[in-house]
Design a binder for this molecule. Structure first.
Ligand code: NDP
Ligand code: MG
Ligand code: MG
Length: 332
């Protein structure tokens, strides 16, 4: 079973005694920088000249310098820029300013797990990854609560890297909820698998296939949209609150019976075999290599897939229907 850590296990004075640079001020960056500052930590934000995020960080009372200046000033550097550009930011702005005794922090293990960043031996390498979007992390912190975090140490040069990581997690409210110890490998591989096979890839393919099946059989797209996409939220909310059990308690007995007899026909042994293949390609680095190549080539296939799906009848139908539902927020 997982090892859990709470406020009493973490010493906030450790991170309060360091100089922290938060590189990036997006979803995670803003939450980390603001909450660390409110926890009495010396924080500067690192953003390139002309970055859109600069104005926001300054408006919110933070000192903003370039990523290189922030890395030079600080002895704890949290990398919260998009994963595909982290290696470049590391090479250009962080590595030249790293000293023995510094600590390099991440919110996701991708670049360390796949050796795109290889920090020197004298530096602690840690991860503090909140299990929620940055805006929830910040809101929970402000309300005196926290979002659970997972914490890992890849390299313990100082001998105190885990205590430092726990202290950082306390600074953003994570230990109020609970912190689970993991490794860079476990976090990276499970995160990629979850988003590909279940959360993003699996769920959107399931919705599309269900919608297409109904429309191809002659049913109206609007009705198919409600049945296959819109109502999914209701089901997921119930699962989130109380697992499969609460969802099955809430739906009709007919729906529950259909769940048992038809679910395993849709997601069957062949689906699971494909999931294992996907996991294998994550573990052996194939997925990471392909994704970084695609990114560096200027995202040709990514843009093609994006365009095709935006023109799909599911999406054009949804756009019209959501206008009828005043309570649905269609802002990106
Ligand atoms: P976002 O895309 O929301 O934000 C990225 C930030 O980086 C922006 O402020 C952007 O500024 C800035 N940026 C872009 N280029 C540079 C650069 N060269 N130097 C410095 N800053 C730069 O990222 P996320 O917060 O989503 O992700 C950050 C990390 O957190 C990733 O490792 C991700 O995997 C991880 N993570 C994200 C979660 C989430 O909920 N989103 C959850 C858990 C982990 P500008 O907009 O001005 O270009
Ligand atoms: Mg992810
Ligand atoms: Mg129904």
């Amino acid at each position: 079973m997982a090892e859990l850590f709470y406020d009493d296990d973490a010493d906030l004075s450790i991170i309060q005694g360091r100089k922290v640079a938060v590189l990036g001020y997006g979803s995670q960056g803003h939450a980390h920088a603001l909450s660390l500052r409110d926890s009495g930590v010396d924080v500067r934000v690192g953003l390139p000249e002309g970055s859109k995020s600069r104005v926001k960080a300054e408006e919110q009372g933070l000192r903003v310098v370039t990523p290189a200046e922030a890395s030079a000033e600080a002895d704890v550097i949290m990398v919260l820029v998009p994963d595909p550009i982290q290696a470049k930011v590391y090479a250009e702005s962080i590595a030249p300013n790293l000293k023995d005794g510094d600590a390099l922090f991440f919110g996701h293990g991708f670049n360390i797990r796949f050796d795109l960043i290889e920090p020197p031996a004298g530096v602690d390498v840690c991860m503090v990854a909140p299990k929620g979007p940055g805006h929830l992390v910040r809101r929970q912190y402000e309300e005196g609560r926290g979002v659970p975090c997972i914490v890992a140490v890849e390299q313990d040069a100082s001998g105190n890297a885990f205590a430092l990581a726990l202290s950082y997690a306390k600074g953003i409210g994570g230990t109020r909820a609970g912190v689970i110890k993991t490794t860079f490998t476990e976090e990276t591989e499970t995160d990629l698998f979850g988003e590909q096979a279940v959360l993003c890839g699996g769920a959107s393919a399931l919705v599309k296939a269900g919608f297409e099946t109904l429309v191809e059989a002659g049913y109206q797209p609007e009705i198919a949209y409600f049945e296959c996409l819109h109502e999914l939220k209701l089901i997921v909310d119930l699962m989130y609150e109380g697992g499969l059990e609460k969802m099955r308690w809430s739906v009709s007995e007919t729906a529950e019976w259909g769940d048992y007899v038809s679910g395993p026909r849709v997601v069957n042994d062949q689906t699971k075999a494909e999931m294992k293949k996907i996991l294998g390609e994550i573990q052996d680095g194939t997925f990471a290599k392909n994704w970084i190549n695609e990114y560096n080539a200027g995202l040709p296939k990514y843009n093609e897939y994006k365009k095709a799906d935006s023109e799909h009848l599911l999406e054009t139908t949804g756009k019209k229907l959501r206008k009828l539902m005043s309570w649905v927020d269609d802002e990106a």
